[in-house]
Design a protein around this ligand. Structure first.
Ligand code: ZN
Length: 202
C-alpha cells in the first residue's frame, strides 16, 4: 500500500491531467455547491451554461486510516437548480415509477443495464489508474457490482440525482435521460450559481 491522504495532491494532479483540468476558483466553487468537504479528490465533469459546476466526478476509491473505502456513487449532482427540481420529482414518487418501469419495460431495462456496466468499467479503470496494481479484490468487486447510485440492487433506482448525473456526464442512463426531458438542462438564463445563496438564506 503506502498511499494515503498525503498523496492526494499528487493523485489529483494525475487524475485532473487525464480529464479536464479545473482552475482553483472552479474547484472552490464546486466544494461550495457540494456543501461539505469532499472525502476524495474530484474533477468537475460538466458545467451549467452560466459556469456553475454541475456534475462532479470523484475518485471511486480511497484509503482512510489504512482501510480501503470503495466509493461507487462517485458522480455528484451539484447544480442547485437541478438538485431542487430532482428533489421535487422524487417527492412526486418518480423513484418508484422508474423502478416499476425497469421491471416492466425490457428495452428500458437493457439500456439501463448497459449504462450501469459502462459505469462499473469506468470505476474500475479509474481505481486502477489511481492505485496501479494495488486494488484489493473485494474493492474491485464492489466497484464492478453496484449501480451509479451505489446500490447492489440493479432493479432499484434509489435516488434520481445520481442517474441524472450519469446522463449529464456520460449520456448513458435512460432514467437520467427521462428526468432531463422533464426538467430540461440548465440554460444561461437560469443563473444556477445564484440559486444556492438565495435558498440557504431562506
Ligand atoms: Zn444548472
Amino acid at each position: 500500500m503506502g498511499k494515503n491522504f498525503a498523496d492526494i495532491s499528487f493523485r489529483e494532479g494525475v487524475i485532473l491531467a487525464n480529464l479536464n483540468p479545473n482552475t482553483d476558483s472552479q474547484h472552490r466553487m464546486a466544494v461550495e455547491f457540494l456543501g461539505r468537504d469532499p472525502r476524495t479528490p474530484f474533477t468537475i465533469k460538466t458545467f451549467c451554461p452560466d459556469g456553475t459546476p454541475q456534475v462532479l466526478l470523484a475518485d471511486p476509491v480511497f484509503i482512510e486510516d489504512g482501510i480501503w473505502k470503495p466509493f461507487p456513487a462517485f458522480l455528484w449532482l451539484v447544480c442547485p437548480r437541478l438538485k431542487l427540481l430532482v428533489a421535487e420529482l422524487e417527492q412526486q414518487g418518480k423513484v418508484r415509477e422508474y423502478s416499476q418501469k425497469l421491471k416492466t419495460d425490457e428495452q428500458f431495462r437493457e439500456s439501463f443495464m448497459s449504462g450501469q456496466k459502462e459505469i462499473a468499467r469506468l470505476r474500475v479503470e479509474m481505481a486502477e489508474k489511481i492505485y496501479p496494481g494495488e486494488l484489493p479484490d473485494h474493492i474491485r468487486e464492489i466497484l464492478s457490482e453496484t449501480t451509479v447510485a451505489g446500490s447492489r440492487d440493479f432493479r432499484g433506482v434509489k435516488c434520481l440525482h445520481s442517474h441524472l448525473a450519469q446522463e449529464l456526464a456520460f449520456h448513458n442512463n435512460p432514467i437520467g435521460a427521462e428526468v432531463l426531458e422533464r426538467i430540461k438542462n440548465c440554460s444561461a438564463g437560469d443563473h444556477c450559481g445564484t440559486l444556492r445563496a438565495e435558498r440557504s438564506e431562506a
